[in-house]
Design a protein around this ligand. Structure first.
Ligand SMILES: Nc1ncnc2c1ncn2[C@@H]1O[C@H](COP(=O)(O)OP(=O)(O)O)[C@@H](O)[C@H]1O
Ligand SMILES: [Mg+2]
Length: 224
């Protein structure tokens, strides 16, 4: 299988005042196309830091990272932002939908940033909302949708451009158990349809549902 994510010896530290925090301390992580992986670990262990680096939202202090065949370290802001837009779909705990836009407009927004023409955007957004079971709600604004539905819109937005990698950071963290289960089922469907899914979570139930688990501990990663 083609390797999509290849991290070697990744380090990241934060400086707050005089204090230095080693958030990542030599992380090795490889993901092949089509895998579904849960990254588990306690709060403060470095999971979100890893997600930010995986998604090219931030850059490491050391180590090497290849994403979909491209060497990430040393890229300029502009290059990083292009790789991010083309390669990664993000799902966050807090949904991050724009409140003034409808579900369809939210899903179309990243496609708009990528310069995809309106007719294609419409089609991709509609297909994506159908995939998450929300085509009938496409003209609703986030406030008119439940938390679970908002997260489904966010997932539709993340996969509309068919990026090679879907990254989810605590995707069920703001949801009740039933809605959380629906989101997990949806992520598993996407995986079955060939998507590569990396889920960051401290929920053991999600971990148990993923074919592969890795655990973050004190800035290091180990296979479960
Ligand atoms: N922006 C930041 N500035 C300073 N310290 C940070 C920042 N982000 C995270 N940290 C610290 O890095 C460590 C790892 O945090 P994080 O990656 O958020 O862990 P997790 O997502 O597993 O809870 C923690 O000690 C946290 O306090
Ligand atoms: Mg976190």
């Amino acid at each position: 299988m083609e390797t999509l994510i290849e991290m070697r010896g990744i380090c990241k530290q934060y400086t707050v005042g005089e204090q230095r925090v080693k958030a990542l301390n030599g992380v090795d992580f490889t993901v092949a196309r089509g895998e579904m992986v849960a990254i588990l670990g306690p709060s403060g262990s470095g999971k979100s830091t890893l997600m930010n680096l995986l998604g090219c939202l931030d850059t490491p202090d050391g180590g090497s990272y290849r994403l979909a065949g491209q060497t990430v370290e040393g890229m300029t802001e502009g290059q990083l932002s292009r790789v991010r837009g083309e390669t990664v779909g993000f799902v966050f705990q807090g949904f991050h939908l724009l409140p003034g836009l409808t579900a369809r407009e939210n899903v179309e927004l990243p496609l708009l940033y990528r310069g995809i023409p309106e007719r294609v955007r419409r089609k991709l957004a509609l297909e994506s909302l159908q995939q998450v079971g929300l085509a009938a709600r496409m003209d609703h604004r986030p406030a008119q949708l439940s938390g679970g539905q908002q997260q489904r819109v966010a997932i539709a937005r993340a996969v509309a451009g068919n990026p090679p990698v879907l990254l989810a950071d605590e995707p069920t963290g703001n949801l009740d158990t039933a809605a959380g289960r629906e989101i997990l089922a949806l992520l598993r469907d996407l995986h079955r349809n060939g998507h590569t899914v990396v889920i960051i979570t401290h929920d053991p139930a999600i971990g148990a549902a993923c074919p592969r688990r890795v655990v973050m501990e004190d800035g290091r990663l180990r296979e479960d």
